[in-house]
Write a protein that binds this ligand. Sequence first.
Ligand code: SF4
Length: 424
Amino acid sequence: MRKKTNHPTLSIYKSTWLNKVFDAHNNISGEILLKISLLFSGIRFTQELEEAGKWALPNYQPYRFSKEERLGREGDIVDIPYLLLLNKLLIRVKVNNKSPFQILRKNEDYVLYCNEEPIEKIVFQKKPDWYSRKIEDGTPIPRLGLSQHGDMLIVNASPGCEYFLHQDESSGNYRCRFCFYGAPNPKMPTLGQPETLIKEEDLLRLAEAVSIASKEINHIYLVAGSMADINQEAERYIQVASSISRAVDDRVNICCGSSALPKEASCELKKYGVGAVCFNLEIWDEELWDKICPGKSKFVGRENWIQGLTDAVDVFGRGNVMSAFVSGIEIMQPYAYSTQQALKSSLDGAEFLLQKGVISLFTLYWPRDASEFEEKSDTIRDYFLELSNEYHKLRKQYDLNIPNKFVCQDCSYMQLDCDFDCFM
Ligand code: SF4
């Protein structure tokens, strides 16, 4: 029996295309199926996307016109929105001109269509006001390592990951195999790259920027590239936490998304206002972990990573320690796990962590080279749905919800966990 929709206006049942998806997953709420359909199928490029791209939060990748579309235009790329909001669902915009979905204007509104059927009104996330503001020394705030997704401010004081710098004889370098973040870049000196620690004057500039931007958000996620020396990484996060926690009021909750830090570092972070941590294991399966995350394996080690997570529960409390997992990569080449293998391994890991009070966040893998992903799209979609659904049941069993003070439906644009908590 399908879960009842919480939004009576949602007219999903009109669409034949969507009904096929719904019939195949009749135990899952319509809202969640609509979100996952949009994440996988994307939306066709329309003039409406181009128009909204002028004022919306911009997508990482602009839209590149095809040869035919370029005719009569000045440039060959255009900004498009990054995130759309459909009722309570925050969804990343992916353009796919073969998609059954498109967004068209109807009077003052943007409306999502599936083929010719209107489904629901949507809104695009606007560029936050702070995007166009500067700190006192004239530096534009976005150049200080800040970005925003929904109601979450991402503070990335040290972009660039040292795993890209260390050479691994067999495969080039130690970056996680799904990641294209890049090495610390001396051409980005805004916050003193590639120094290990951030200078006092730069911390003050960062704090000024965060203070301005924090008026528009509910939570902050501290992130940066990993460092080969975990103690140095810890020191850098502690200095960032100590400077920005003084710049925001108590309403804003801070989560630290570093590598798995030693317990003393977690204690220090807590002292400086951090209320949760998210030490991302990325993959549970032991064999795959070494292959997919060679840097984490070499510079921290799986046992230490898990120890860091469980130690952090002592510091921050049950349910305030998280680990994100990249879901779907196991099924792709060269790993080629079956969905049953991947499901079993991921759920075993999730249950192990729940028993320790650690929450897993399953994030959809979105590869750069889309051809194999497109081929396996239905398989990965069904896997991701089943994983999220089974994991939701496990969380109920262990009485642990996603800690909404730090991660919520209003910022989860590539995950379903918060949507499962809301709709199921
Ligand atoms: S540690 Fe983080 S930034 Fe570094 S390669 Fe892995 S995912 Fe990318």
